[in-house]
Every structure is written in structure tokens, then in C-alpha cells.
Design a protein around this ligand. Structure first.
Ligand SMILES: *Cc1c(COP(=O)(O)O)cnc(C)c1O
Length: 486
């Protein structure tokens, strides 16, 4: 293939992809929010044997779009309230396209100088928005799971170094014991990170939580007092169900006094710092040792984009650096991104984060966080104001962007309420006006509403509320005998 052919093929594929992307984006607020095709249909449309012959790039893009249609979720749209899922800000999506086309390898400065510096700058901006120390080191990860993996690896390094053990060289077999403490409601990915680090998913000590899912500081104090060595303590800023924050001022005091390491998982909750009206929820957070957050949730950067920050850069670096002789370190003060994450060749994730923050500015990030929290409050108020005959209860204190809803059964029976709640969630998903999911909160089935996308308007909230109320009215009681719910 000559250069001219390569150039025109690339141009045509990009133009076609841009057309398809623009029409998808233009329809985000219309049509069903959830998918329409079954898994069998999607396998049929995208499947077939390994092709022998190649296909024209534009025809290939068309085939992909045709095959994927029906299996697409409008999660970037204004009425997606499932899990904790943001959309993509216009500037962040554009920057993410450029990251693909520019195709910089953000491993080392020499491989992509602008990519390395964009990370550096975006990390500094993000740390300031999140109220974290300016000297904290940062890594751009695939998401919060790998951000926590990175932070807990740094903690493992530091606590074992204190005990005279070089874990990177010698591994964990025969290493001194490091106690790990988590809240009863720690996100499953904290356990996953511990599992991958050889520290054991179930070996942790769990601190009881209160009714909102917050770690009980008195119970943590008691637990730490009974330990003969410093612990790794994982706290949470933003419970994935309730949005609640662990009592960080008390927790930081306790961990600082005990000489341990405090990690804070703030996958979405950390962004509350950007909103002056909600910053108080994070008082004390800057005194932790490491922090996890996502850019692809509440900052509305496309996937995959997480951030790890560490107040002890030497531990962070020691835990992540590859240290292989053939890796030429850049000398001269440049930052090599791969030294701060568990990756070598990697996507230039800094561009999209840089663009998200640059396009919104401090004021825009604050407004987005504040607006989505206000939408959550509007959902809660609208549901609480429903006729009592509908049996609707908001079960959490709505302090952030999360609302948990229970649909009681007239019989007063708990498992019948589980069944009715599940039926209302299924009916909402089937209706298609909006999408949200169910969760289990303290043994009870609930509907979970998360308002994380930048596009949602007050009208979207009101339309979604009306849909939920209409469907709940049509399901006045558990649709099948409680015993059948298992
Ligand atoms: C979503 C979430 C995670 C995991 O984030 P990923 O980006 O999916 O890896 C971790 N902790 C909390 C509190 C979360 O909400």
C-alpha cells in the first residue's frame, strides 16, 4: 500500500466514523435508553466465522455499526441513572478521539512528550479540584479498580519497608504480617485489588458501618487499639449505594496516630470537593496517604479513565516502576507516565481529562456536581411526595447523587416488597424512557437512582419521575407470591 492509499483510506474511515458518531450523539436524548436486541441476535449480527478475506475500512465500520445497533445503551444520554455512570463531555469526547488518532504511547516522555505533560497538568488541576495535596504523585489508570490496586501497592510497599521488608524484590511469602482494615461496605473493587496484590480478599478486618453505610469511627478506634503494628486502612468517600461518606476527620486522626496508611476510595464521591456547597463532606480527606477516583464517572470523561493520587510519591514509584534495565528513564525532570501505573505501553489518557477540566473550568465542574446532586434531591422529593397508597420510600439520606427507593407491598411483608421493588425496576427498564437498576441495601431489594451524567435536565428528572410513579401504580402489589421470590 502506498502513502496516498493509506491516507485516503484513513480519511474515509474517520469521516464515516465521525458521521456515525455524530448521529448517535444527536439521538442520545431520544429513543429507548436500554438495548433492544437479545444476546443471540447480537451474536448473530456481529458473529460468523473468522473472515478469510479483508474488507474495505468504510464497509467494516458500517458493518460494526450495523452489528452493534440494538445492543447499544444510551448511557451517555440524559436519562440513564444506572450504576454510577457518567456521559462524555463534548470536549472530552473530542480529545478522546484525538488520543486515538494521534496514537501517542504515553509510557515514556520521549514516546509522547505532549501526552506526558497533559497528564502532569491534568493531575495537578484534578488534585486542586479534589482538595488533595499539590505534592501528591498521580497515575492515570483504566479506572478506579486499578487506581486502588496502585494505591494499595504503594501502601504495601511502605508498610513492609517500615517492617524491614522489600516486597517488590522478595514478594509476600515469609513477609511480616500487614493488617488490612476495611469498612463493612467497602466497594468490591477494594477487595479485588487486595486479591490481586496477594493481600487476600477475605483476610481483611471489617469495621461495622452505620445505617447509611458509613464506617463507625468508634469501632475503628477499638480495632486499631488492639493491633500491635500499623495497619492499612481503607475508607470510603461516596458509598456506591447511599453516596454516604465515612467520617474522615475521625478516621484520619486515628490512622495518623497509629502510624498506618489511610487509603480513600472516592471513585465518584471525591468530586464533591469541587462543589463549595458539598466540600464539607470531605473535611480531612487531604490528610490521607492515597486516593482513588474515576474520571469516567462524575467528571464525564469517556471510558477508560481513573486516577490514583499518593501523598508518598517514593512509595508510589517504588511499587509501580518496572525497573528493567532496557527501559531508558528520561533524565532531565520529565515525568514518565508509566512509572506511576501498572502498565508499560499505554493510551494517552491525560488528553481527555485535560480537556474535560479545561472546558468546564473550576466553575463548570462545581456546577455539574451541584446540578446532579440537586437532581437527585428532586427525585427523592418527588418520590417522597407520591400518594402513600403507592408505598414508596426513599431509604437513604440523599447527601450526594444517589437515591435508594423501596416499593413496599400492601401486605407489609418484606419479601413481597422485594418482589414488588424488583418488578418496578424491571418495568422501568422495559418501558425504555429511562434506565436504572436494582441493588440490595442491608438485606432489602431497592431501586438505585444515580445522577452522574452532565446532560440530565430538570425536565428529564420530571419525566423519569412520572414514568416511575405510573409504573409503580400499575404494580400495586408483589406480582407473584412472596414465597416464589426465593
Ligand atoms: C465504581 C466504583 C469503583 C470501581 O470503579 P471502576 O472505574 O469501575 O473500576 C470503586 N469504588 C467505588 C466507590 C465506585 O463507585
Amino acid at each position: 500500500m502506498d502513502h496516498e492509499t493509506a491516507r485516503s483510506a484513513t480519511d474515509a474511515a474517520l469521516a464515516r466514523a465521525a458521521d456515525l458518531a455524530r448521529s448517535w450523539a444527536a439521538g442520545l436524548d431520544a429513543g429507548r435508553v436500554g438495548p433492544t436486541a437479545s444476546v443471540a441476535e447480537l451474536r448473530e449480527r456481529l458473529g460468523g466465522p473468522l473472515p478469510e478475506a479483508g474488507k474495505d475500512p468504510v464497509a467494516t465500520i458500517d458493518a460494526l455499526a450495523a452489528g452493534a445497533s440494538g445492543g447499544m445503551v444510551r448511557s451517555a444520554g440524559p436519562r440513564y441513572f444506572g450504576f454510577v455512570v457518567g456521559g462524555g463531555l463534548p470536549a472530552a469526547v473530542g480529545a478522546d478521539w484525538l488520543a486515538s488518532v494521534w496514537d501517542q504511547n504515553a509510557a515514556m516522555y520521549v514516546m509522547g512528550p505532549a501526552a506526558a505533560v497533559a497528564e502532569e497538568v491534568a493531575a495537578r488541576w484534578a488534585a486542586e479540584l479534589l482538595g488533595l495535596p499539590a505534592e501528591a504523585s498521580a497515575g492515570f489508570t483504566t479506572g478506579a479498580t486499578m487506581a486502588s490496586f496502585t494505591a494499595l501497592a504503594a501502601a504495601r510497599h511502605a508498610l513492609l519497608e517500615q517492617a524491614g521488608w522489600d516486597v517488590e524484590r522478595n514478594g509476600l511469602f515469609s513477609a511480616p504480617d500487614v493488617p488490612v482494615v476495611v469498612g463493612e461496605e467497602a466497594h468490591v473493587t477494594i477487595h479485588a485489588a487486595l486479591q490481586m496484590l496477594g493481600m487476600g480478599r477475605d483476610r481483611v478486618r471489617r469495621v461495622p458501618t452505620d445505617r447509611q453505610g458509613r464506617m463507625r469511627a468508634d469501632a475503628l478506634a477499638e480495632m486499631l487499639a488492639g493491633m500491635d503494628r500499623p495497619a492499612l486502612v481503607c475508607a470510603q468517600a461516596g458509598n456506591v449505594n447511599t453516596g454516604a461518606f465515612d467520617p474522615l476527620p475521625e478516621i484520619t486522626d486515628l490512622v495518623r496516630a497509629s502510624g498506618g496508611w489511610l487509603h480513600v476510595d472516592g471513585a465518584f464521591g471525591l468530586w464533591a470537593s469541587a462543589d463549595p456547597a458539598r466540600r464539607h463532606l470531605l473535611a480531612g480527606v487531604e490528610r490521607a496517604d492515597s486516593w482513588t477516583t474515576d474520571a469516567h464517572k462524575w467528571l464525564n470523561v469517556p471510558y477508560d479513565s481513573g486516577l490514583v493520587f499518593c501523598a508518598r510519591p517514593a512509595a508510589h514509584h517504588a511499587a509501580m516502576t518496572l525497573g528493567a534495565a532496557y527501559y531508558v528513564e528520561t533524565a532531565g525532570g520529565e515525568r514518565d507516565p508509566y512509572n506511576w501505573v501498572a502498565e508499560s505501553s499505554r493510551r494517552a489518557r491525560g488528553f481527555a481529562v485535560w480537556a474535560a477540566i479545561r472546558s468546564l473550568g473550576r466553575e463548570g465542574v462545581a456546577a455539574m456536581v451541584g446540578r446532579t446532586c440537586d437532581h437527585a434531591l428532586r427525585f427523592a422529593a418527588g418520590l417522597a411526595a407520591a400518594p402513600s397508597s403507592l408505598g414508596i420510600r426513599v431509604v437513604n439520606d440523599v447527601v450526594l447523587n444517589q437515591v435508594l427507593v423501596r416499593f413496599d407491598d400492601p401486605s407489609g411483608d418484606g419479601s413481597a416488597a422485594d418482589a414488588r421493588t424488583g418488578a418496578v425496576v424491571a418495568a422501568v427498564q422495559g418501558d425504555g424512557t429511562l434506565w436504572l437498576g436494582g441493588s440490595v441495601w442491608h438485606g432489602q431489594r431497592v431501586m438505585r437512582i444515580s445522577v452522574s451524567g452532565w446532560r440530565t435536565t430538570t425536565e428529564d428528572v420530571d419525566r423519569s419521575l412520572a414514568t416511575i410513579l405510573r409504573l409503580a401504580e400499575a404494580i400495586p402489589s408483589a406480582p407473584f407470591p412472596a414465597a416464589a421470590t426465593g
